[in-house]
Design a protein around this ligand. Sequence first.
Ligand code: SF4
Length: 342
Amino acid sequence: MTTLSKLPAPLLAWYGAGHRSLPWRQEVSPYRTWVSEIMLQQTRVAAVIPYFERFMAALPTVEALAAVDEPTLLSLWQGLGYYNRARNLRLAAKKIVGFHGGQFPQTYEEIRMLPGVGDYTAGAIASIAFGLPTPAVDGNVLRVVARLTDCHDNVLAPATRRRVTEALAAVIPHDHPGDFNQALMELGATVCLPNTAPMCEACPCRAFCQGFAHGTAAALPVREKKEGRRKEEKTVFILRHGEYEAVRYRGEEGLLASLWEYPNVAGTLTESEAAAQLAQWNVTPHKWVKKAKEKHIFTHIVWEMTVYIIDIMGDGLKEWQWRDAYNAHFYPMPTAFSKLSK
Ligand code: SF4
């Protein structure tokens, strides 16, 4: 990958001449870099910004994060999805406070040992917060490198990721490793875009980009087909009593653990089957307000939901709670459900 040896100088010059102003770049600390990188996994920058600012206002230090209770943590995370990221953040904060004396670990290996921190995140924190020359290779970076080097290897294969990491480790500038990694991410996010033609005319690397020279850039990277997602059908009941809606706890294990949901059952129920289900729950429909179809896509599963919104009489099951706009923060609900009442 000799092409990559030409990368640092123009990339850093381009990044230095102007880049997006993001809250975690304005004030850099290991804690802020870490939280932002965890939030940015699976989530777009624009969506993360308000969550990041709210999180930092509520939990400005690693000690505050270690001490926070789970409902408060999950309500700060509500809407970002992939809630295990939040739980791992708190676990890691407890480890930093309890095991590292409140000092963020300063080597790549120790950072990598924190719960929820993978190779990419450890590389990003080590380089941005501690100036260590560690590459940070995510899908964005794999795409840019595949195009720069006109590489047709499957970027989903661990061996490809390993090769790219080694190749970047050989060229990352030791005096500006954090800027180099961020510049590469910035290039992938703003110029060498995914799922569309890259904006090569605006790219600082065009002169030596092999994908551009060979006209292959738009077809790269090569991604082996993902396995299809499993479909699950559900019937979800939004049962309203005045301003209140019935919610129940999802339990401590499995998908979306420790969160709250609307009562639901497996399968797609017709209205008469839904009415029979209500009778089993000891509630009487007063008014059927709306029926809708909704979909929610997780990494490996798609929920296909039939949603009934019903005004009811009766108290329902004793394990249900009643949520309204004022007490909603006690009952954090994942987007898969909260979006249904809108
Ligand atoms: S020249 Fe085009 S394909 Fe090559 S790195 Fe730049 S934007 Fe990507």
